[in-house]
Write a protein that binds this ligand. Structure first.
Ligand SMILES: *Cc1c(COP(=O)(O)O)cnc(C)c1O
Length: 240
């Protein structure tokens, strides 16, 4: 077994144990391997272990990998990092999912480009659950107005919410971020009579806690693929 495959097996087991601690079913939680900075060969190791969708935070790097691996019929890409409007066209071409929607400008541009490509995109709205200035994402209080506007974009399948919690060892404060997300999700579900099922939260350092607090998708990079590389070392010009 490759080290990627054995790491995936360990994460799957830890996810199942976290789910069991709070009486949740393991199969309602998806693991999104985050392959940023990693080579296409490394992505293929995870593909061989059964994974089909991979998270990338930079559009240029993601679309380059998507291109190289376009012969792999069932591979899919999730863009999980902040998007500038001028990159929306690229995302509309190759991505299956975008987890970091936080502006109507980007939503409008994505929708327009997707219509042209005849494609659709699963979308999660990014929330700034930690109230840090440097974080992307909408303040929780702005969600209700934002979501009303989102309904007009036909090519966007709005599935739920995403967040990056505080980076700290203080579990209480990290868990507070996750709980903010659950509150926002409940408010939206009450207002809309359902929907918003996806809660993408938790990374290598906090995915178990995130599961205990309601995550339906965890985005795990380093715990699967090891330390991040500088992609320009193996692929000059891949990031820009
Ligand atoms: C890199 C990244 C992750 C994964 O982080 P790890 O600590 O490597 O697990 C998750 N979410 C986002 C948005 C990222 O950019």
């Amino acid at each position: 077994m490759s080290s990627v495959a054995s790491n995936l097996a360990v994460i799957e087991r830890r996810m199942a144990e976290a789910a069991a601690r709070v009486d949740r079913r393991a199969d309602e939680i998806r693991l999104l391997p985050v392959s940023k900075t990693k080579t296409p060969e490394t992505v293929l190791e995870a593909h061989a272990a059964g994974y089909r969708r991979f998270g990338e935070n930079k559009v240029q790097e993601a679309s380059a990998k998507a291109e190289v691996l376009s012969g792999v019929e069932d591979i899919e890409w999730a863009v999980i990092g902040h998007l500038q409007t001028n990159k929306a066209r690229d995302v509309a071409r190759f991505a299956s999912e975008f987890q970091a929607l936080d502006s109507l400008r980007v939503a409008r541009e994505l929708d327009k480009r997707l219509q042209r490509e005849g494609r659709r995109l699963e979308v999660l709205v990014q929330i700034n659950s930690s109230d840090e200035d440097q974080k992307f994402g909408l303040p929780p209080g702005e969600m209700t107005t934002f979501t009303r506007e989102l309904l007009s974009f036909d090519a966007l399948d709005v599935r739920g919410l995403m967040t990056l919690a505080l980076f700290t060892d203080d579990h209480v404060r990290v868990a507070a971020c996750f709980d903010v997300m659950r509150d926002v999700q409940r408010e939206l579900q009450d207002a809309d009579g359902g929907g918003w099922e996806e809660l993408s939260m938790g990374m290598s350092g906090d995915f178990e806690l995130a599961i205990e607090h309601g995550a339906t998708c965890v985005r795990v990079g380093q715990a699967i693929f090891g330390d991040r590389l500088d992609p320009n070392d193996y692929w000059p010009g891949i990031t820009g």
